[in-house]
Ligand binder design. Sequence first.
Ligand code: CUA
Length: 420
Amino acid sequence: MVFLGGCDLNTKMSTFDTKGPIAETQLDLFMLTVWVTTFIFIVVGGVFVVAIVKFRERPNDDRPMPSQGHGNPLVEIGLIGASVLLLVIIAVPTLQAIWYTHDTPTDEHSKLGNWYPGDDLAEGSEDEVLVIRVIGYQWWWEFEYPQLGISTANEMVIPAGKAVHLELRSVDVIHSFWLPRIAGKVDLIPGRANAMWIQAGDNIEAWTEKNGAKGSELELQAAYNKYLEEEIHDYYYGQCAEYCGDSHARMLFRATVVGDDDFAAWVDSERVGHTAPDGMAWDEWYKIYDSKPESLTGDLNEGAKVFMGRGKCIACHSVEGNPRALGVAGPNLTNVGERLSIAAGWLNHHTEEDVLIEEEQYANFVKWIKETDVVKPGNLMWKANGNGIGELTDPDNPEQLKLLTDEEIHYLARYLQSLK
Ligand code: CUA
């Protein structure tokens, strides 16, 4: 009872609190299996208990041996028949669910051309559903949107009520994509592309049918939009569900489910990226940086300098807009200042209502840069820089490091916060 007290069906990663057709199908299948196996448990357990109580030997028991039913054709065939029947009851919906969750639907509501308000789709993608390429790394997630030409990390953004096709790949070891309240799980396997589809919330037809909603088309649409806003728009928690090395438990991800307009606005801001500090154009900024870097002052300029220089951040990270930040080994940092978590969901800085807390964000950036190896043991950012972030002072002596100072880390954290 004490252990059961820790159970809660209504948590951020509960598979019982479903928000979408895939998770719902999986939950239905789970409950069916639970009922069938409960039935088996009760029947078999019941017969077992009756047999023990009724036929157990008592003191001075002189009853004869009860009649033995072994080999009785009726019992044997009956048991085989019952087992087969129960397995069929589980197997048919299981196969249906496997097919349903495997084939990405191509319903009209989900086709990009029918809901995406932007006018800059890749050619030919109007009739496709949104595709996201999910790439697993030790220990973070890349989310690429090939039709939209953008890429983000650890916090994916998806439209509510639309089917989204996921292409799952890995660059190193096997990971597993699991977004409990929406869908899960499918493995990301090196050397092959797996696929699945997800959908946050029902589409309007399924929703109308389920709720028996009636009214004119406009009324229905308004009620449906209200449902999406109130029940589906949210910040969902996901997790790598396949052991993948030191920091597997710290390989989390998030999904922000938004309306169509917010989605398009997000895509635009990902595309545009950021200017140099103080709204300066990058060309201009780099001209000064290359000739007289000491004349670039203030927290953000100092931070940008560390980002390009001593921190070597641009070797692995890209930031849209910045022509020199083109690294691909690490997460894309465009709009990283907007994310409610960093370090693949491990360091969070938001309230219960998912509002960003800037001071916590600052502290998280500092912690992440300064103690990368503590936050996420074994991670590449630490190892690639020779057990620390900063430059080697003596290339012949790798032990001798010139790590970023606390002041530099402060500037860098402020600069990263400004990327939004
Ligand atoms: Cu990736 Cu566990």
